[in-house]
Ligand binder design. Structure first.
Ligand SMILES: Nc1nc2c(c(=O)[nH]1)N[C@H]1C(S)=C(S)[C@@H](COP(=O)(O)OP(=O)(O)OC[C@H]3O[C@@H](n4cnc5c(N)ncnc54)[C@H](O)[C@@H]3O)O[C@H]1N2
Ligand code: MOO
Length: 404
């Protein structure tokens, strides 16, 4: 059985970013940039005023206060560029270009205007309220680096740089195969002992949130031949096949042999994590195409956990994300747990801020069959494999589920 760190390393090392495609800006949010975006334009692109007021040349103010200047001309955002008349002030509005010859802006609150004359009581500073060309971003600078996830702020930056289309990595295609004779679709009446399929919904929703295109395939019966054929079919055209259930040791756990029979080479089976130990990971290649395969254990918390820990970083790596790992944050633990050392454990917890500190409240029910825990948890608390207990008040690392 391999450790959590080694398993994740092996999986991510095997992930080569997918090809790139061009998308219009308003479809770019959440995608990963596949090229460095250079500033072909400086930001701001021209000197302009940050305030509504008057543009003037400071040297015009000679002698002692007060100073009176005639107002001549106007510069409005998007309007023509006036030249400052010698000895005069030019009316100017926020965002407008600085008139030629002006070096200072005086906000309108700081002057008294009578007819076409303004009067200043206090001297402004030279250059004040002017936003200089390139002060935000210099011409030719790397505005966004390849591998960056396009947040709303980054999309807006690309727009400001006049780029209507961006090169991004294509979305991974994910096929989800749920196995088990007991499964039925939610809302469809079934035999006693059947249960609504729920894990596939977690995987599909989480995969989509990570940028993938995900679909849930028809359920797979607990039958080796059916499972093998279903895997073969799922492998076609998918970048990632996620199977759920049937990877443990029971006679009806048909998924692992079915994966191998369908041509998947398993890299490893069983990881020293709790829950989720029976996870299996492999790959299939057809021509140039590689399909990654994650065989998740069926218990709901185990399936959600293993997809969060392995599936999401894999999807990020396939999209060329240069930081595919989920960020970790340090939290103070509330609650305690006695445990058997040996596996890295992930405890579900709710987070809040108490006395200025991030606190994780451990859920009393950490069962791998619990469906409620992933619905309510904010974070997974990472308990190192060698620990035999978690004490109330100690500090541990956490993965926040909204960022995992
Ligand atoms: N003798 C042993 N038994 C088990 C072991 C073991 O080491 N020795 N491992 C246990 C662990 S740990 C896990 S986790 C489970 C995983 O088993 P499988 O991956 O084979 O999962 P199933 O048996 O198919 O299902 C387990 C459980 O989850 C429910 N399930 C499955 N799929 C779904 C779904 N898509 N949506 C909702 N619920 C689902 C299923 O009905 C079962 O209740 O094995 C232990 N056993
Ligand atoms: O590892 Mo199982 O996934 O604990 O229930």
């Amino acid at each position: 059985m391999i450790s959590f760190d080694e398993a994740l390393d092996r999986l991510l090392t095997s992930a080569t970013p997918l090809g790139a495609e061009r998308v219009p800006l308003d479809e770019a949010a959440g995608r990963i940039l596949a090229e460095d975006l250079l500033a072909h334009e400086a930001l701001p692109p021209f000197d302009h005023t940050a305030m509504d007021g008057y543009a003037l040349a400071l040297d015009t103010l000679v002698g002692d206060a007060p100073w009176s200047l005639p107002v001549r001309g106007e510069s409005a955002a998007g309007g023509p560029l006036p030249t400052l008349e010698p000895g005069a002030a030019c009316r100017i509005f926020t965002g407008a270009r600085l008139p030629e010859g002006a070096d200072t802006i005086v906000p309108q609150e700081d002057v008294e205007r009578t007819g076409d004359t303004i009067t200043l009581q206090t001297p402004p500073q030279r250059g004040t309220w002017i936003r200089r060309r390139g002060a935000d971003l210099a011409l030719g600078a790397i505005a966004l680096a390849r591998g960056a996830r396009l947040t709303p702020g980054k999309v807006a930056l690309a727009a400001a740089l006049d780029r209507p289309v961006l090169l991004v990595t294509r979305r991974p295609l994910v096929t989800i195969l749920c196995s088990g004779d007991e499964l039925r679709a939610p809302g469809i009446p079934g035999e006693p002992g059947s249960i609504p399929e729920s894990n596939g919904y977690f995987v599909a929703a989480a995969a989509r949130a990570a940028g993938a295109i995900a679909r849930i395939a028809p359920f797979v019966a607990d039958d080796p031949d059916h499972a093998r054929d279903a895997v073969r079919h799922a492998l076609r055209g998918a970048d990632l096949v996620v199977t759920i259930g049937g990877v443990s040791v029971g006679d009806r756990d048909v998924m692992r042999p079915a994966l191998e029979a369908a041509g998947v080479t398993l890299d490893f089976w069983r990881v020293a994590i709790k829950p989720g130990k029976p996870l299996c990971v492999g790959r299939a290649t057809q021509g140039d195409a590689t399909t990654h395969v994650l065989g998740l254990p069926g218990n709901p918390a185990s399936a959600s956990l293993t997809f969060t820990l392995f599936g999401l970083p894999l999807l990020r790596a396939l999209q060329g994300d240069l930081s595919p790992h989920a960020p970790r944050l340090s939290v103070r633990i509330r609650g305690s747990v006695r445990r058997q050392p040996g596996r890295t454990e992930f405890l579900r917890a709710r987070l809040d801020v108490t006395s200025g500190e991030l606190v994780a409240h451990l859920f009393p029910n950490q069962a791998s069959g619990a469906v409620t825990s992933f619905a309510e948890a904010d974070a997974l608390i990472l308990v190192p494999a060698d620990k035999d207990h978690v004490a109330d008040g100690e500090r541990l690392w956490a993965l926040r589920l909204s960022e995992a």
